[in-house]
Ligand binder design. Structure first.
Ligand SMILES: Cc1cc2nc3c(=O)[nH]c(=O)nc-3n(C[C@H](O)[C@H](O)[C@H](O)COP(=O)(O)OP(=O)(O)OC[C@H]3O[C@@H](n4cnc5c(N)ncnc54)[C@H](O)[C@@H]3O)c2cc1C
Ligand SMILES: Cc1cc2nc3c(=O)[nH]c(=O)nc-3n(C[C@H](O)[C@H](O)[C@H](O)COP(=O)(O)O)c2cc1C
Length: 605
């Protein structure tokens, strides 16, 4: 347990107590409440403090969560996340708020019911956006309840929202915007304007935290920066994370897909050395790629400068900036709008002005930054201006396809290399082909883990259904390894598929072994192009509809991983259809119940 001492005003007395740990305020049961030995409390005082702390905890535990003392502000920090960023910001905020003397409670949005929510007075919400402008999986139930006409009045609530998103999506930070508006509609008062963050959210998030905390605790305002820095130093353990990635080693890789496959799917094994880093099955790892040399050179050439030029206002050469720091494959919205304005290209200008998202999407599909720069070869780009039109280069996430219990100090990945061709030009997805082309065995990769608490295996005796075509199989390879090592008694059913059995049946031998040793109880395969009509995983689910429904009825968990745009939706529609055809249940209510019970879990991208 981590403890920190602080002076707390309790009634008339100023007592120095050891404050309960993060775990306590995160509503886990404290093992003990320790009183600082250095302070000579009388036995009575000790009993009083123990009683106070226990009472404080009881108030936190009891639903609803209420302000614990008239002098102590209770801040509920709620988050909606898919890959953990919103949660980590919520944790940062909690530390800062605690340092300002507030009591905090951090929860995923779906863990909050409406009666609890209606009693909260000070609420900070951090949420990302997923799918096409949707709320992340761990806040969907909350959002549905909040939208109902029966949603409670929130007249006593003060709130602020931080949205996480990506400006390359049409519905930028949509989930945050919706929540912000809905809370206002229900009567809650905005204590601070919503902030919408792009992928490089650190600076904005930190500013939002300090502004919002200082609104509740004005005294805190004077030394915000100091406190944040201090808090970070004090609480963030020296470890590997997004800001301090671990230099891992690529141990080996092998091509999984066959030579006639339309895809290139590669298995990577990465060494964690003596870092002490650990992960759980269901987690992802993020990798920092660099851009391809050829593309970097072409853009420098297009800018009309030399590789060693240091653009005004920067410290690195243009070569370093374009290789390591800027996204130079996928054009940003800013760049597209700039080219539409300045290039004189009427078609593009009309398209951008029309705001017809689908038409813009179709137009830019397959085009990269260089293509946009070359729409008008005479259009001049000044280097600093060009850089301001590009997004910063982001790490990419990959579902981990191994279990540490089977492969000590290793992480395995299953990655499809993104490549396409247009008019004789070859295009390469940044990270997948950085892995495939630019890193050899023994080479270094900057990585950090992204724990996914909403995609964990259930207890060993529970049955699981895993639906993961293509690279969606990755976390399920990890699940199966884990369940094999643990000798779990729950049954495991996998739906896998891709284009052809001959070239796309990845991990075929491993799966055969797992079937033989009975770790895998049932394997259903859908190879879409092996016959005239297209067969996908959802068709295999339908073929097995009664058994599928029986598994659900006996408590099985459903996991879906892979393509978010089509597969995940088709699979969900099929679950609804199966429930409809095999029972008298209302399919939507049934699915909501599965979600509430955390028995329908997705890792889709
Ligand atoms: C939580 C999570 C887990 C993931 N797990 C995995 C995994 O296990 N395995 C895996 O392979 N991926 C996984 N991904 C996806 C992965 O993060 C990357 O998005 C993927 O590898 C592509 O990244 P890239 O840098 O290679 O391509 P980018 O540089 O990001 O380029 C992708 C872009 O290229 C364009 N494009 C792609 N194909 C074409 C085409 N045929 N024609 C024209 N344009 C095209 C599209 O605009 C697309 O957005 C996961 C993503 C998330 C969020
Ligand atoms: C499959 C997928 C879909 C996404 N859809 C959107 C979107 O519609 N709008 C948006 O602003 N951001 C979108 N994002 C970006 C995320 O919101 C962003 O990466 C955010 O920082 C993730 O935060 P989290 O780790 O807390 O989930 C999407 C990301 C992924 C991987």
């Amino acid at each position: 347990m981590k403890f920190m001492s602080y002076v707390q005003n309790i009634g008339q007395k100023k007592l120095l107590v050891k404050k309960m740990s993060d775990e306590v305020f995160n509503l886990k049961v404290p093992k003990d409440i320790v009183i600082n030995d250095a302070i000579p409390f009388s036995v009575d005082q000790q009993v009083w403090i123990q009683g106070y702390m226990a009472g404080l905890k009881a108030q936190i535990d009891s639903k609803p969560l209420v302000q614990v003392d008239k002098d102590v502000i209770m801040l509920d920090i709620l988050y909606g996340t898919q890959t953990g960023s919103a949660e980590s910001i919520a944790q940062d905020m909690s530390q800062v708020a605690k340092d300002a003397g507030m009591v905090t409670n951090i929860k995923p949005l779906d863990d909050i019911d409406m009666s609890m929510f209606s009693k909260m007075e000070n609420v900070a919400i951090v949420t990302s956006t997923y799918g096409e402008g949707e709320t992340p999986d761990n806040s969907q139930i909350f959002w549905e309840l909040l939208c109902q006409s029966t949603a409670p009045k929130l007249d006593n609530m003060k709130f602020s929202v931080l949205g996480l998103g990506d400006t390359s999506y049409d519905e930028f930070c949509h989930a945050g915007k919706l929540l912000d508006t809905r809370l206002e509609q229900l009567g809650a008062k905005r204590i601070e304007q919503r902030v919408d963050c792009d992928l490089d959210f650190d600076v904005q998030a930190e500013k939002w935290i300090s502004t919002v905390v200082s609104k509740w605790k004005p005294v805190f305002k004077e030394n915000v920066k100091e406190v944040i820095e201090h808090t970070h130093k004090k609480y963030v353990p020296v470890t590997y994370n997004r800001k301090n990635p671990y230099p891992a080693k690529l141990l080996r890789s092998r091509l999984l897909s066959g030579k006639n496959s339309a895809k290139e799917i590669v298995h990577y094994e990465i060494g964690l050395g003596d870092s002490g880093l650990t992960y759980e099955v269901g987690d992802s790892i993020s990798i920092f790629p660099t851009n391809k040399k050829q593309l970097v050179n072409s853009i420098i050439n297009r800018l009309g400068i030399t590789n060693d030029t240091v653009p005004i206002g920067f410290e690195d050469t243009i070569e370093i900036l374009l290789t390591e720091k800027y996204e130079i494959l996928t054009p940003s919205k800013r760049l597209i709008e700039y080219v539409a304005d300045k290039s004189g290209d009427k078609v593009l200008k009309k398209l951008v002005d029309s705001e017809d998202k689908k038409a813009i999407e179709d137009y830019k599909w397959g085009m990269d930054v260089l293509d946009f720069m070359n729409i008008n070869p005479n259009l001049k780009f000044d280097a600093p201006e060009f850089l301001s039109l590009c997004q910063s280069l982001q790490h990419r996430a990959y579902s981990i396809s191994s279990s540490m219990n089977k492969h000590d100090k290793e992480v395995h990945l299953t990655v499809s290399s993104v490549r396409w061709k247009n008019d004789d030009r070859n295009y390469n997805g940044v990270c997948s082909t950085f892995l495939a082309d630019d890193i050899q065995a023994g080479g270094e990769l900057k990585v950090f883990f992204m724990p996914n608490k909403s995609f964990r295996l259930p207890d060993d005796d529970k049955d699981i259904i895993m639906i993961g075509p293509g690279t969606g199989i990755a976390p399920f390879r990890a699940f199966l390894q884990e369940r094999e090592v643990r000798k779990s008694t729950g049954k495991n059913w996998l739906f896998f598929g891709d284009q052809t059995r001959s070239d796309d049946f990845i991990y075929k031998q491993e799966l055969a072994k797992l079937l033989t040793n009975k770790t895998l109880s049932k394997l259903d395969l859908a190879f879409s192009r092996d016959q005239k009509e297209k067969i996908y995983v959802q068709h295999k689910m339908y073929e097995n509809k009664q058994v599928f429904y029986d598994w659900l009825e006996s408590g099985a968990y459903i996991y879906v991983c892979g393509d978010a745009t089509r597969m995940a939706k088709d699979v969900e529609d099929m679950i609804l259809q199966i429930v409809n055809e095999c029972s008298s249940n209302d399919p939507k209510e049934y699915l909501t119940k599965l979600k509430k019970e955390k028995r329908y879990l997705r890792d889709v991208y």
